[in-house]
Design a protein around this ligand. Structure first.
Ligand SMILES: *Cc1c(COP(=O)(O)O)cnc(C)c1O
Length: 387
């Protein structure tokens, strides 16, 4: 069998397992309503939580930057240098999360891959939450450090693993999402930070879904809990509505990351227009308390009313609502039926979530109006009646 037929066969296996993905075709900007195949639908599957992905002031900052600084950064910063936009963004983003220093990356995926691989290696040990984001998992693998997976949000299990495996390792690092992206639950960051302290381990927290949404001024879960992790990862493509990511830490840690993170060293620096857009988003995010209250209010209403309709929605207080279904095909059928009713909710299947826990993942936005939430609940009610 030729290579292409082998791949075609692998693709067919995905199809049969209900795991093949068919991204929708979207026209126009991202927002509370988006156009799919020429039809306006209400979007409930975006991480554009504050609705900033097409904000006029941020668009203008990007357009101005194109005129003044062009489109490209030319090369890695280790080659063509740090542009003013990079320097200013790193200063402002570090200050935002209360860290001395920060390093920009083109994506959160690249940030996690590069940072973990830079900070630990063979002879070191990493402790990773069982439901961590794929980019953290891949960063652990790439590092070639010894990896121990602790039970989801379980500091007691982690403590046992630390007692057994911390010992002889050179460096140790505890790695977690702060707000878990597919479950909407929050990591016990204060307990984890205390364990890191007592076992002389570093503590890396990925605030991708929390930044801009949770904590004072949207500074994330760690800020809400009053802890400063050794390494904080924030992304700029979700609540910030732009693209990219940053890693915040002490000066020497950041300097080391800039020297050794391969996704920083061997990748073209983020374009200035993108960085300027993120910089323009920062004060808007910081001052968005009303938007955050609206967003979390929408989430609370959806959570409580979906439960009344008989859907299985776990407890939570964040903007991410999993509606647990279990089976892959049923999940995708429900998603298709919601879309028929003008409500776009993505089904999430393995390997993004554990086998047997396929779900609809519902994420409201601050820019949804009450009618949008009403219409989503009407669509779910129609599905509930069919069961
Ligand atoms: C989305 C996400 C990332 C990746 O960020 P991108 O900028 O989208 O590449 C990393 N970590 C977590 C927890 C995420 O949810």
């Amino acid at each position: 069998m030729g290579f292409e037929s082998q791949i075609r066969e692998a693709l067919r296996e995905l199809e049969v397992a209900g795991l093949r993905r068919y991204p929708k075709r979207v026209s126009g900007p991202q927002g509370p309503e988006i156009e799919i195949d020429g039809r306006a639908v209400i979007c409930f599957c975006s991480n554009n939580y504050l609705g900033l992905a097409a904000h006029p002031a941020i668009c203008k900052a990007a357009a101005d930057a194109v005129r003044q600084e062009g489109t490209g950064s030319g090369a890695s910063r280790l080659i063509t240098g740090t542009m003013d936009a990079h320097r200013q963004a790193e200063t402002d983003l570090a200050a935002f999360v209360g860290a001395p220093s920060a390093a920009l990356f083109s994506t959160g995926y690249a940030a996690n891959l590069g940072t973990i691989q830079a900070l630990v290696g063979p002879g070191d040990v990493v402790f990773s939450d069982a439901l961590n984001h794929a980019s953290l998992i891949d960063g652990c693998r790439l590092s070639r450090a010894e990896v121990h997976v602790y039970r989801h949000r379980d500091p007691v299990h982690l403590e046992g693993l630390l007692s057994r495996h911390r010992g002889s390792a050179r460096r140790a690092l505890i790695v977690t999402d702060s707000l878990f992206s597919m479950d909407g639950v929050i990591a016990p960051v204060a307990d984890l930070a205390a364990l890191a302290e007592s076992f002389d381990a570093g503590f890396l927290v990925d605030e991708a879904h929390a930044l801009g949404v949770l904590g004072p001024m949207g500074r994330g879960v760690c800020a809400a809990e009053g802890i400063v992790p050794d390494v904080l990862v924030g992304t700029l493509g979700k609540a910030f509505g732009v693209a990219g990511a940053f890693v915040a830490a002490h000066d020497d840690v950041i300097t080391f990351v800039r020297n050794r993170a391969r996704s920083f060293v061997y990748s073209t620096a983020p374009p200035p227009m993108v960085v300027r857009a993120a910089l323009a988003a920062l004060p808007i995010v910081r001052d968005a308390d009303d938007a955050r209250a609206t967003l979390l209010g929408h989430a609370a209403r959806l959570r409580s009313e979906l439960r009344q309709l008989g859907f299985e929605v776990p407890d939570g207080s964040s903007q991410i609502l999993p509606v647990l279904v279990g089976e892959n095909e049923r999940t995708m059928r429900l998603s298709a039926e919601l879309l028929d009713r003008g409500v776009f909710v993505q089904g999430i299947r393995p390997p993004t979530v554990p086998v047997g826990t396929a779900r609809l993942r519902l994420t409201p936005m601050a820019t949804h109006r009450t009618e949008h939430i009403d219409r989503a609940l009407d669509a779910f009610q129609a599905l509930a009646r069919q069961r």
